[in-house]
Design a protein around this ligand. Structure first.
Ligand code: MG
Length: 221
């Protein structure tokens, strides 16, 4: 469970699941050599991968290449089961920044073998969130600058308006498969520019209207 600042106080984020979207920005799908999907591509990250702001991402010994992906996180506010896109935004509590940290070498191997991505996406510390939660009415999630710097160098830069599948469609699609509970998180996909992380790196991940999430990177000792 993670506590984050929110307007007039603090909120406890305790998801039953983190649903992440793959290939939701065309240029990122291109840089991965992936096709543009006809339906949302979803996978799960475990709640045990969550960490708060100003924490440490641990590079696991099992991987030789761990990469950053900055994403807009949608936090669900009430139980959503088979919700239509028209009504979907009623189920949103707010937004924060999430890093979908990925062991890219393990993911590539899984793709090659036709296996799931749970290993590549599921290590402890692979889902940093923060620095705060913006409530649903504080911003328009369809037009926000999103960027990520490593050691002060710009690596990823885009706008949430580039998403192939918008938030209402994502909620409609996911809630037709699995009930979304209050506190569940949807990681809405990353813009292009993903790249490797090294021991000692400092990440700044920013979304307009939310703020800048800062994390350190350390190799597993
Ligand atoms: Mg991602």
């Amino acid at each position: 469970m993670i506590r984050l600042p929110v307007k007039n106080g603090e909120v406890a984020i305790e998801p039953t699941k983190i649903v992440a979207i793959g290939r939701n920005y065309a240029r990122h799908a291109e840089e991965m050599g992936s096709e543009i999907p006809g339906e949302p591509v979803i996978f799960l990250k475990p709640p045990s991968s969550l960490i708060g702001p100003d924490s440490t991402i641990i590079l696991p010994g099992m991987s030789k290449r761990v990469e950053h992906e900055v994403e807009l996180a949608v936090i669900i506010g009430k139980r959503a089961k088979r919700v239509s896109a028209e009504n979907a935004m009623d189920y949103v509590y707010g937004y924060t920044v999430i890093l979908d940290i990925t062991a890219r070498d393990l993911q590539a191997e899984a793709k090659r073998k036709g296996l799931p991505w749970s290993t590549a996406k599921g290590f402890d510390t692979f889902a940093p969130v923060g620095p705060r939660v913006a409530l649903r009415d504080e911003l328009d999630p369809g037009n926000l600058e999103i960027w990520l710097r490593v050691n002060g160098e710009m690596r990823q830069r885009g706008n949430t308006g580039e998403m192939l599948f918008k938030i209402p469609r994502l909620i409609e699609y996911i809630s037709a498969i699995m009930t979304l509970e209050p506190g569940d998180i949807i990681a809405t996909g990353t813009p292009s520019g993903v790249g490797p992380l090294e021991h000692g790196d400092v990440i700044e991940a920013h979304i307009e209207g939310i703020g800048t999430l800062v994390e350190r990177v350390m190799r597993e000792s």
